[in-house]
Write a protein that binds this ligand. Sequence first.
Ligand SMILES: Nc1ncnc2c1ncn2[C@@H]1O[C@H](COS(=O)(=O)NC(=O)[C@@H](N)CO)[C@@H](O)[C@H]1O
Length: 427
Amino acid sequence: MLDLAFIRSNPDVVKEAARLKNNSIDIDALLALDQHVVALQHEVEEARAKQNQLSKGIQQAAKEKNVELRNNLIAEGKKLAELIKAKEPELNQMTEERYNMLLLVPNIPDPSTPVGKDESENVPFKYWGELPEFGFSALDHYDLMLKHNLVDIERAVKVAGSRSYVLRGDAARLELALINFAMDKMARKGFTPLIVPSMARDFAFVGNGQFPKGRDQVYELKDQDLFLVGTAEVSITGMYKDEILKGEELPLKFVGYSPCFRQEAGTYGKDTRGVFRIHQFNKVEQYIICKADHEESVFWFEQLLQNAEELIQDLELPYRVVNVCTGDMGDGKVGMYDIECWVPSEKRYRETHSCSYLHDWQARRANLRYRDEEGKVRFVHTLNNTAIASPRILIPLLETHQQADGSVRIPEALRPFMGGQEFIGRP
Ligand SMILES: Nc1ncnc2c1ncn2[C@@H]1O[C@H](COS(=O)(=O)NC(=O)[C@@H](N)CO)[C@@H](O)[C@H]1O
């Protein structure tokens, strides 16, 4: 959410941001509604102030035994009370309507964000790693998993329906190893490990930006104010709601693990092979709460990217980084980098990480604040990036490290988390 004062004084900037982000919000309608609310608020406050004066007048008249004046003033007070009674419900209803519209206003993209209509216009700006030349007919991730009995989709579908899977044997161990590997590396970088709830209340989804838009991607628990998170980001954003953090304790640096749940509405028929796009997966999330300063946010934005790059380089996976364009980045972002790992079977890069900075757009929605060095209470800035998401990362990992004999080499960095094991599929 943007500051209403900012929208009032920069309507064209906000309209341009909405246009660039394919966001259909009507800023003129919002500002007209806002003017209506302000006028009505003023009317009700005026009436209230008059009422206070009147009650003083009534007391004074009573003291002076001036019955006629007292009766007139009481009658006037009654008229004011009726006016307030009539206007208040309308004021509350329009204030709610204005708030709901404010939730739909996108953040302003940084000038360095490429302008584009969709992901085809994201701009790759960094490549790392030699693309693998196999010299044998390489298998895709699903065939590799079937070959080594590492997955059971049929039985998972029996239990949980489409886009579900069972990881078996070394794939199950590999996923746990990757989670541990990521949590361990990030903890050594001073990020506080968290294991957060995968169920969260409505306010956490509104605060994070998943509600109201994107609600169709979220599983709801029947008859409770509880929903399944699609990312630990939602739970962490909700944790500090309404608190006032001390400036000196910022930045808060978290590495949060949680199972993640997504309806994947609108992706019917897309990425249906294997475990690329599923309803439930596990993710280790980097999350920063920092002071409200653009340079500080940009610093952490680059840090979060670098952390993820280090993790991927440790896994010896060729990748590229793309600067996500305005049409693909979503409402809340100021800037966004996706990391895409090379998937040999598809001969293209596929997304494995997503890194964003949002200034105070989430903080304003979730009421996340801090007291700055001047003692002023301000909204914080928030940022997030994937550290590891599995089984998505298993796809480039298994394919890239497959050997001629069909076994898969486990990267050095991962071996300590796999009991020192060097291969999958070798005795
Ligand atoms: N339906 C899905 N199935 C498997 N993996 C997924 C799915 N949705 C997202 N992911 C993985 O989770 C990563 C982060 O998801 S994201 O929506 O892009 N971004 C976030 O959730 C942010 N909180 C940063 O992690 C993706 O890059 C991808 O690796």
